[in-house]
Design a protein around this ligand. Structure first.
Ligand SMILES: Cc1cc2nc3c(=O)[nH]c(=O)nc-3n(C[C@H](O)[C@H](O)[C@H](O)COP(=O)(O)OP(=O)(O)OC[C@H]3O[C@@H](n4cnc5c(N)ncnc54)[C@H](O)[C@@H]3O)c2cc1C
Length: 336
């Protein structure tokens, strides 16, 4: 579904929030947007110099910075309220009206999904949540590919409305800068909130990310541990660090208190390029959150483990033997 016709007269708006760093998932959106037409960005706060340079490298000529009335923000709990989905949704709608954009692309975070839905409602736009691929059909309509029913079906959604609003999963494409960088201008975008923001922010804490590990939702490689670790996530974490992966777990491992975040239908949904599950049986609830991964590797001591039914590579063995050996082999290969 590649769409790289530079003559296309379409504008694609990309949500960049927060504007203090452009995450890899947003660079992917900018790459997809360039394939759809002219790219513009929208932010909720002043972009830093580094962010402007990155946006320019990805071909963004204009970034629209929301100007939300301070009294509306104060009523909603202060400056942190500018990231509320109701405010972001109103900003996206205002940006579409200002730019006459045809497509809005946002990351597939919970907040961005809610904002995308609100903006699509206000604009009467077509909405696709959790797209894994974006392109267009023969008639020039925006088409999104997405996996549904716990990854069991691949669907193709054609947006028939004038405006398409899509949230796109991380790892949909490999981020690629534009052939030539451009200078990015900041354009103030007045945003009127319809009534109140709906909720009041009472406290907001931005958590520092461990600099050495990617986030679970956006990582290209995820290594997950289950009850088969017996509570020792050391081999899982060491292997993850050898391949630059994020670490996750099954729900049972988290409920045992062995790790803090779990993957699955009631946990984090991921679609990395590579998922490695160690000591995880592959229960349906877990599969629902990882089955959309592009390549699945399972390490399990039981040759009958259900996860082997859905994996691309099966390693039957004790994870405390397999993972350290695999990590050592990867390091040796890298150092060679
Ligand atoms: C409403 C509801 C929602 C749920 N949502 C989720 C969810 O979102 N995510 C989720 O993960 N679960 C969820 N669950 C729980 C889910 O049903 C399973 O119980 C859970 O995923 C099992 O975790 P596990 O694979 O780590 O453990 P187990 O099923 O006990 O599997 C452990 C595996 O480790 C293997 N093993 C043992 N020792 C070793 C070793 N040394 N080396 C290698 N392999 C070894 C075993 O052969 C086994 O296959 C939910 C359950 C309910 C009821």
């Amino acid at each position: 579904m590649s769409t790289n016709d530079p003559t296309r007269n379409r504008t694609a708006l990309v949500l960049v929030d927060p504007a203090t760093e452009v995450r890899s998932s947003v660079l992917e959106l900018l790459t997809i947007a360039r394939g759809l037409g002219r790219v513009e960005a929208v932010t909720l706060e002043a972009p830093t110099v580094e962010v402007l340079a990155q946006l320019g490298a990805y071909g963004v000529e204009t970034v629209h910075q929301a100007e939300v009335p301070t009294d509306a923000l104060a009523a909603a709990g202060g400056d942190g309220a500018r990231h509320l989905p109701s405010v972001v949704g109103a900003t996206l709608a205002a940006a579409v009206r200002r730019t006459d954009a045809d497509v809005v692309l946002a990351p597939a975070t919970f907040g961005a999904k809610e904002a995308a839905a609100l903006a699509a409602h206000v604009l009467g736009a077509g909405l696709v949540i959790d797209a894994a691929a974006v392109g267009e059909d023969e008639a020039g309509r925006v088409v999104a590919g997405k996996r549904v029913f716990a990854g069991a079906w691949d669907t193709r959604c054609v947006v028939t409305a004038d405006v398409a609003v899509l949230t796109v999963r991380a790892n949909a494409v490999v981020p690629e800068p534009a052939a030539a960088p451009v200078a990015t201008e900041v354009d103030p975008l007045p945003v009127a909130l319809p009534g109140t923001a709906g909720v009041v922010v009472t406290s907001r804490e931005v958590k520092e990310r461990a600099p050495s590990r990617p986030t679970l939702e956006e990582a290209a490689v995820v290594v997950a541990g289950g009850r088969g670790t017996g509570g020792d996530f050391g081999p899982v974490e060491k292997f993850a660090d050898a391949v630059g992966a994020a670490v996750g777990a099954s729900r049972d491992a988290v409920f045992e208190g062995w790790f803090d975040r779990y993957i699955g239908q009631t946990g984090v949904t991921i679609a990395p390029r590579l998922y490695v599950g160690a000591g995880i049986s592959g229960a349906p609830h877990h599969r629902g959150g990882m089955q959309a991964s592009q390549v699945i590797v399972a390490v399990n001591a039981d040759p009958e483990a259900p996860i082997f039914e859905i994996c691309d590579f099966a390693v039957v063995g004790d994870l405390t033997d397999v993972l350290p050996q695999a990590a050592a082999a990867i390091r040796a290969h890298r150092d060679a």
